[in-house]
Ligand binder design. Structure first.
Ligand code: GTP
Ligand code: MG
Length: 406
């Protein structure tokens, strides 16, 4: 269909005409040939790059299908790459993480996984474990009295230093790592007119909510997405909490309480110029006293409050830092490799449990056998992260999250 006279040269762009079934040109464009195994999937791959006309692209696709091609299934390219050993399962998941990343910070972390950094860390731990299991198994053939007590101490020390310690350090990153990809919800609640909507507009940099001096302006739950230190945040503005005879406002207040109940982080706001609002009346993670521009600087506010002026922008940077801190933010320079998915965390927790079970069994030769078995299970639990072992069911789940063409 491309009317080529010379054979394609590997990894070279060739300008060509794309012909229809009658040999008439449909479009012209570039042709790239990636012979196996040096392609994304590890199979032979030919890429056609045509111009953007949707009608011509559709005709070109139909022609290609007519010649025997078929559309790829969701994630099929990446699945083939895994099956051909071009990448491990964890890297394949990083492809989706890269595509879905809501912020540059998340995308950068996903890139590190895609480059294989996380996989290397996991296989490093698995190698240590293989060494320990070999040690235990080597002892099984010896009578107990021939195994010096020191041997078990050494084994326990190595387990603690070379496995449990790095595993715990890794697990400590998962709260933040998972938040970086799933995002968090932050709800602003408080009495009417304290400045909740003003803060939402200020933090998100958008004129999203109506602001007015009239108490009870916001009646519905409003949401706006923004980045806080590279963490994707869904910020929720709510109706001011008060006794109200108005049905619509009552419903808004009910929704405000529900939003606060499900948010990852709740900001309770008060108005510095109105002491009646100073008792927040709700459990919150962060207490903010707004409108400090309206009061004398020597007023004593309850100590839990962050003082801000959403109007003048005072105290906002400190508030942002404090929110980021509460979300587990790590200074960019210290951000290492993070656990970014609950699947990986669960596998690592499983592995850790098997390691501890095994450690308790170290002793006589019968239980040593069981200890070795527990540690082999720990190895398999970590291996499943990389897609090792019997993981067909995991593959189906992972690749169903891909879009077509990836
Ligand atoms: N002086 C001053 N006024 C502010 C500040 N923040 C908000 N306001 C004013 O306070 C009034 C109420 O602000 P909103 O943001 O609508 O308050 P709200 O808490 O969303 O009110 P409801 O939606 O009624 O619950 C508006 O007139 C704002 O301009 C501030 O820091 N200083
Ligand atoms: Mg409002």
């Amino acid at each position: 269909m491309c009317g080529l006279r010379e054979p394609l040269k590997a990894r070279h762009a060739r300008y060509a005409s794309f012909l229809d079934a009658n040999g008439e040109p449909l479009d012209s464009g570039l042709l790239l040939y990636f012979p196996a195994p040096a392609s994304y999937t590890g199979d032979d791959v030919v890429e056609l790059q045509a111009h953007g006309s949707p009608v011509l692209l559709r005709a070109l696709l139909e022609r290609v299908m007519g010649l025997g091609a078929r559309p790829a299934l969701p994630g099929e390219f990446t699945r083939r790459a895994v099956e051909n050993g071009k990448m491990n399962l964890e890297q394949a998941e990083a492809v989706v993480a890269c595509i879905d990343a809501a912020t540059l910070r998340a995308a950068r972390q996903a890139q590190r996984h895609l480059q294989g950094e996380f996989g290397k860390k996991i296989s490093g731990l698995m190698d240590v474990l293989t060494g320990l299991v070999a040690h235990v198994e080597a002892c099984l053939d010896f009578p107990e009295e021939d195994i010096p007590g020191l041997f078990f101490d050494q084994l326990r020390t190595r387990l603690a230093d070379e496995l449990l310690q790095p595993i715990d350090a890794l697990l400590a990153t998962s709260d933040f790592g998972e938040r970086l990809f799933q995002g968090v919800t932050v709800a602003i609640v408080g009495a009417p007119n304290v400045g909740k909507s003003t803060l939402l507009n200020l933090l998100s940099g958008r004129d999203r909510a109506i602001i007015s001096p009239q108490p009870g302006t916001t009646r519905d739950v409003l949401e706006v997405d923004f980045e806080l230190h590279g963490i994707p945040v869904r910020l929720i503005d709510t109706a001011g909490l008060r006794e109200s005879a108005d049905n619509i406002e009552q419903e808004g207040i009910k929704r405000a309480r529900a939003a606060a109940g499900t948010a990852d982080l709740v900001i309770a706001m008060a108005d510095a110029s109105n002491p009646e609002t100073w008792d927040p009346g709700v459990e919150a993670d962060c207490y903010v006293m707004n409108k400090i521009d309206l009061v004398n600087s020597n007023v004593d506010f309850p100590a839990m409050y962050h003082l801000i002026s959403a109007h003048a922008g005072d105290g906002i940077d400190i508030l942002i830092d404090s929110l980021a801190f509460r979300l587990g933010d790590i200074p960019a320079a210290e951000e290492g490799l993070l656990i970014t998915s609950s699947r990986h965390r669960q596998q690592i927790v499983l592995a850790r449990n098997h390691l501890l079970n095994g450690a308790e069994l170290l002793g006589d030769s019968v239980s040593m056998d069981m200890a070795a078995m527990e540690w082999r299970r720990a190895w398999s639990s970590m291996g499943e992260i990389l897609g090792l072992g019997d993981v067909e069911h995991i593959l189906d789940r992972v690749f169903s999250e891909f879009c077509i063409g990836k």
